[in-house]
Write a protein that binds this ligand. Structure first.
Ligand SMILES: [Ca+2]
Length: 693
């Protein structure tokens, strides 16, 4: 979702000052201390450099955590993640740091390894592998647009491969919808910005704005099939050649895996028979269309054999099955095409994508896509461009085993539509969301997908105009969305978010978000948020200048009063609070959040409180167990009237709410039901790393 927080007034700044007079005396001192912190400081430790260590026993992680801490959560994948900061290197470890606009802040685990030419990082394979994926960052060109630079890959006893790294898909700057120009002035000088706490165009003298302004989206990733299979214990060394043109190369992590043989489909409409070019030199779009038309007549599957196929426009799919040889082998790759004049849908660019028919012409049904990669060429965010990997309306359809990168949104659906199953896909390096169910998507499932490095929400349901209903996001892994949230639900009916693993959201969002905003329909029926784990979530909201919760509820445009059950979730290493319920200053007396129920929750480590309530309403708590809590258990501001009746937000203790931290039990009797404890910027106490419960 487009964030709109940068627009308008700094409401929460005003609001907090309004709240100052109501603070208890002890709180005033802490509040004053909090104000002295730098705006971007977050809960992070200062940018620390330390030299890497030399031992090389493999440390396999999931979202930079010991896998035993996240058993059963997130996607089951066929690769092993190893963080560079745990590998052997003669480079320099950067981080930990959770500050937005920094290289460690966007790294998995908030740490990475910085190499200069001649330096290396070396990973020990934990199991047999014939393929790797490297997540990395290299500098932008001085005037934007990216550079390419080499990275040598050697495995014990094997030949040298050289990857060509690129920053052409990385490095965005400035205000929404962002720019590739590091030297650009403000895109919206008439918007309030947090950096000066002012509207620059309306301020005299004009404030000096540091350039590049708000650099972000630093990382990209790249896959490589090795020449043979290497055994466990063999060493993958990534070396920056001494003559590299990149001043530095940051390695965040390595994934390694054993890729199976290509899949062949012998009785099929093979795209090669219709003129497709597996070398990628000639455009294959028309050949794909012909194969699809033939397959429909003959009731055949369309097969795309191993190869790279150039496709620079949408392939329209309806009532067809398309299979590739596997997403390591069959790559459908496009380059961006300028459209002049714009297309009827207002797109000014075309790009590769598989699209169902638009709902205005009936949508598509019975589409089954599997086993190939879609690689786009999207380098900037233009929200009217239809340059998504998958799009349109797809009812009664399946999407399985795709790998999608460098598109605007991996999969963006415009309903109404129903019964779509999306399983076992990898979506990385997106300009915006990985997946969005937009408008009336129903009875659909998104399961076991792996998502990393989106430029907006990882998985979203956006009930604009028509409610999304009876959908489930289950067992997905979402890492390092550089903007917005891991999973966001904007309105809708009877939707479920279960068994997901969400790590390292970076700014203007958090792990799980339930938001009444962006013109969404109301939440009705129930919302079930069950058995998810978040880690290192809760960003520092740069405009409000408060920390967000790992899960946050936001009543901006309507009440949130559906039956919301938050059960069995683990919130680990929360940067600020674990649970936030919030409204916005101009509407704080209009909208409330009620009927939210928290049960069987584990909170391991909060920089500040367990619960932060900055809205009118109520919630119940049962068996919410917390430890390593950095501030008072409940930050209760209500709707900021601070009357003798107490906060406008009430908590109900249903029992079993134990544990706490530096300020005692997290849910102490004195806090109930609605004691005002409003202290929005307490000192952040970074918790110890999560451990077994
Ligand atoms: Ca890392």
């Amino acid at each position: 979702m487009t964030v709109d927080l940068a627009c308008g007034t700094p409401a929460f700044l005003d609001l907090t000052f309004a709240g100052l007079e109501a603070l208890p005396a002890a709180g005033e001192e802490r509040f004053a201390q909090a104000l002295l912190r730098s705006p971007g400081g977050g809960a992070s430790t200062a940018f620390a450099e330390e030299s890497g260590h030399a031992d090389s026993a493999p440390v396999v992680t999931r979202a930079a955590l010991d896998p035993s801490l996240v058993t059963g959560r997130g996607a089951s994948v066929d690769f092993a993640e190893q963080e560079a900061e745990n590998a052997a290197t003669n480079g320099t470890i950067i981080g930990p740091d959770r500050t937005a606009y920094t290289l460690p802040g966007e790294a998995s685990g908030r740490k990475a390894v910085k190499l200069t030419p001649g330096q290396y990082v070396e990973f020990t394979l934990p199991s047999a592998a014939n393929a790797i994926n490297v997540r990395y960052s290299i500098p932008d060109a001085p005037n934007g647009g990216g550079i390419t630079a080499p990275l040598d890959v050697t495995v014990t006893g094997g030949p040298r491969n050289t990857m060509t790294l690129t920053s052409q898909y990385a490095w965005l700057y400035n205000q929404y919808p962002f720019s590739n120009d590091p030297n650009a002035g403000l895109l919206h000088p008439d918007w309030w910005i947090t950096e000066c706490g002012c509207v620059p165009a309306a301020t005299t003298p004009t404030p000096t704005i540091t350039k590049p302004f708000r650099p972000t989206h630093f990382y990209d990733e790249q896959r490589l099939l090795l020449n043979r299979t290497y055994g466990a214990g063999e060493k993958v060394r990534l070396t920056v050649p001494a003559g590299s043109n990149a001043a530095w190369t940051i390695i965040d992590l390595l994934d390694s895996q054993l890729v199976g043989r290509p899949h062949f489909e012998f009785v099929a409409a093979n795209v090669l028979a219709f003129g497709a070019d597996p070398s990628g030199r000639r455009d294959s779009a028309d050949a794909f269309d012909k194969a699809i038309a033939f397959a429909k007549v003959k009731h055949l599957t369309v097969y795309i054999p191993p190869g790279t196929y150039q496709v620079n426009r949408h392939i329209i799919v309806d009532n067809v099955t398309i299979k590739g040889a596997g997403n390591w082998y069959t790559i459908v790759k496009g380059h961006q095409v300028d459209l002049s004049p714009p297309a009827p849908d207002r797109s000014v660019h075309a790009g590769v994508g598989f699209y169902g028919k638009d709902v205005s012409v009936g949508g598509s049904t019975n589409v089954h896509l599997s086993g190939f990669a879609i690689e786009g060429d999207v380098r900037e965010r233009i929200d009217t461009d239809q340059v998504n990997g998958i799009g349109g309306a797809l009812s009664n359809s399946t999407i399985d085993g795709l790998y999608i990168r460098h598109t605007k949104v991996g999969m963006w659906f415009d309903g109404p539509m129903t019964n779509l199953r999306i399983t076992d896909n990898i979506i990385v390096d997106q300009i915006a969301d990985a997946l969005n169910f937009h408008t009336g998507v129903t009875n659909s499932v998104v399961s076991n997908n792996f998502i990393r490095n989106t430029g907006d929400d990882g998985l979203a349901m956006w009930s604009e105009k028509t409610a999304d209903a009876s959908n489930t996001f289950d067992h997905n892994t979402i890492q390092t969305p550089v903007l917005a949230n891991g999973i966001a639900i904007y309105g809708g009916t009877n939707n479920t978010v279960s068994n997901n693993l969400i790590a390292d959201p970076i700014r203007e969002g958090s792990g799980i978000h339930i938001g009444s905003r962006f013109g969404a329909e109301a939440f009705t029926g129930h919302v079930w948020i069950t058995n998810n784990t978040t880690v290192r979530a809760g960003t520092f909201e740069l405009n409000w200048k408060v920390g967000l919760g790992a899960i946050w509820f936001y009543a901006l445009e309507k009440n949130i009063d559906a039956d919301i059950q938050v059960v069995g979730n683990n919130f680990l290493d929360n940067t600020y609070n674990a649970i936030m319920l919030v409204s916005d200053f101009p509407v704080k007396d209009l909208y409330s959040i009620t009927n939210v129920h928290f049960k069987d929750i584990k909170v391991d480590g909060t920089g500040t409180s367990v619960v932060s309530a900055r809205v009118a309403g109520s919630a119940t708590f049962e068996n919410v167990v917390a430890r390593n809590v950095g501030a008072v258990g409940v930050n209760n501001c209500g709707s900021f009237h601070f009357t003798p009746a107490g906060s406008e937000f009430s908590l109900t203790d249903l029992g079993g709410n134990t544990g706490g931290g530096t300020t005692g039990p997290w849910l102490a009797a004195w806090e109930l039901p609605n004691t005002i404890t409003c202290d929005d910027r307490p000192p952040v106490v970074p918790p110890p790393p999560p451990s077994g419960w």
